[in-house]
Design a protein around this ligand. Structure first.
Ligand SMILES: *Cc1c(COP(=O)(O)O)cnc(C)c1O
Length: 413
């Protein structure tokens, strides 16, 4: 028994080390990229916030070049970008491993803008059944009105099943890995193969995998980031980004964003760039802390399954092991079937260090019930009993597990 525990402990330490290593490799890049060059007159370490709508040019000829400028991350008009936004875009393109990034007003806009950029009336869209709820709602309500038909596919569908769902009209296969709330890690290279065989694009919501999953090395065409999460990192900004790797994908995306008036404020871009400076450090800590808390849950008799991609019982764990260099601080927990949703809610109300609320990726711990909060009516796959999603912040792990320990007493009384 003691030996067994020892082995588990060693494996746990090795996993913590691996998860931390991926983030350490990013730290220099995030510290030194998107900073102004020093000048003889001297200048501050960071870019400043520049507010503006009108952009002035010395001559009409300079003004008339605006088309090319707009496509090349240069200044044209405030709604088409600002100086710090363009710096942020260059950093994100490099971080994701693509060529161009478009910053947009929210993570949700980062999902909807590329869908509108690459879909036409009459097209067919494949969305994973584990997709972020508002993306599901956008397809169901909005895209339907414009003649786009959506089929929801099981996130763990094998190649044959996925092939069977593709039609001659399929223009986009969308993926989100791991899935919102249920954490299925998807076989992205296989999905890319199926998409490309049929002339469709693969769009990936890579929010959870930021820095830990290189989308374009695995066949993704368009990568989506809710920068609201770890990049800004302090729960005080709503912002998103879309990155492409192929030149021919850039103009349709850029045009869609401009034509819809998508923009982000200079202040929000500045806050996001500031957040990115410490993202590797925060994620290194939060990923390791989350793993420790996940192990705490695993040893609790009230818990039947921990949906953390680094755990073998998480659907798609083998793809996480194959394709990711790290993990984030967000995972799911399923409780024993005899524990009611009401008991789980009672337990959550007793927590003092975990906020109850939407979003994640900030410096603070959060908890949210999965049951009832997610609609999945096509392929199933939701936990049957009471379940919740948990985000581990920068707090001391011992304080977090102490808080969970006292609240867990209320699960069974
Ligand atoms: C939060 C989130 C979004 C949306 O981001 P917002 O900035 O809140 O609009 C999109 N996708 C995923 C996976 C998310 O977690």
């Amino acid at each position: 028994m003691a030996q067994e525990e020892g082995r588990t402990g060693a494996q746990h330490n090795a996993l913590s080390h691996t998860i931390g290593a991926g983030w350490r490799e990013l730290a220099t890049f995030l510290t030194h990229t998107a900073r102004p060059e020093p000048t003889a007159e001297g200048r501050f370490v960071n870019y400043g916030v520049e507010r503006g709508s009108t952009v002035l040019f010395p001559t009409i000829a300079d003004l008339n070049n605006d088309g090319d400028k707009a496509h090349n991350h240069q200044l044209v008009y405030g709604a088409m970008g600002n100086p710090i936004q363009h710096e942020l875009e260059k950093l994100l393109a490099e971080l994701e491993g693509g060529t161009h990034t478009q910053v947009v007003g929210s993570g949700l806009a980062a999902c909807t803008v590329p869908l509108l950029a690459f879909l036409n009336a009459g097209d067919h869209l494949l969305l994973p059944d584990s997709v972020y709820g508002p993306t599901r709602r956008f397809a169901r309500r909005f895209l339907t009105r414009f003649g786009v038909e959506t089929t929801f596919y099981p996130p763990m569908a094998d190649e044959q099943t996925l092939q069977g769902l593709v039609t001659s009209k399929t223009a986009i296969i969308f993926a989100e890995s791991p899935g919102s709330h249920t954490f299925e890690v998807q076989d992205i290279p296989m999905i890319a193969r199926v998409a490309h065989e049929h002339g469709a694009r693969l769009l990936l919501d890579n929010t959870w995998g930021i820095g830990a999953f290189k989308p374009f090395e695995h066949g993704v065409d368009v990568s989506i980031q809710a920068l609201t999460k770890y990049p800004s990192g302090h729960s005080d900004v709503i912002i998103g980004a879309v990155t492409v790797a192929k030149e021919e994908d850039w103009l349709p995306l850029r045009h869609a964003a401009i034509e819809m008036g998508e923009c982000a404020s200079s202040d929000d871009c500045w806050l996001t760039l500031r957040g990115l400076r410490t993202m590797a450090l925060r994620l290194e800590r939060q990923a390791v802390s989350a793993l420790e808390v996940a192990h705490w849950f695993k040893n609790r008799p009230e818990v039947v399954r921990v949906r953390h991609p680094a755990f073998p019982e998480c659907p798609g764990h083998e793809f996480w092991k194959r394709d990711f260099t790290g993990a984030s601080g967000l995972f799911g927990v399923e409780l024993r079937s005899d524990i009611t949703v009401e008991a789980m809610q009672r337990m959550m109300d007793r927590l003092t260090l975990f906020g109850i609320g939407a979003s994640w990726g900030g410096y603070e711990s959060l908890i949210l019930p999965t049951t009832g909060g997610v609609t999945r009516n096509d392929t199933g796959g939701l936990p049957e009993g009471a379940a919740f999603r948990i985000h581990i912040g920068l707090e001391n792990v011992a304080d977090l597990t102490r808080d969970l320990e006292q609240a867990f007493h209320h699960l069974t009384v």
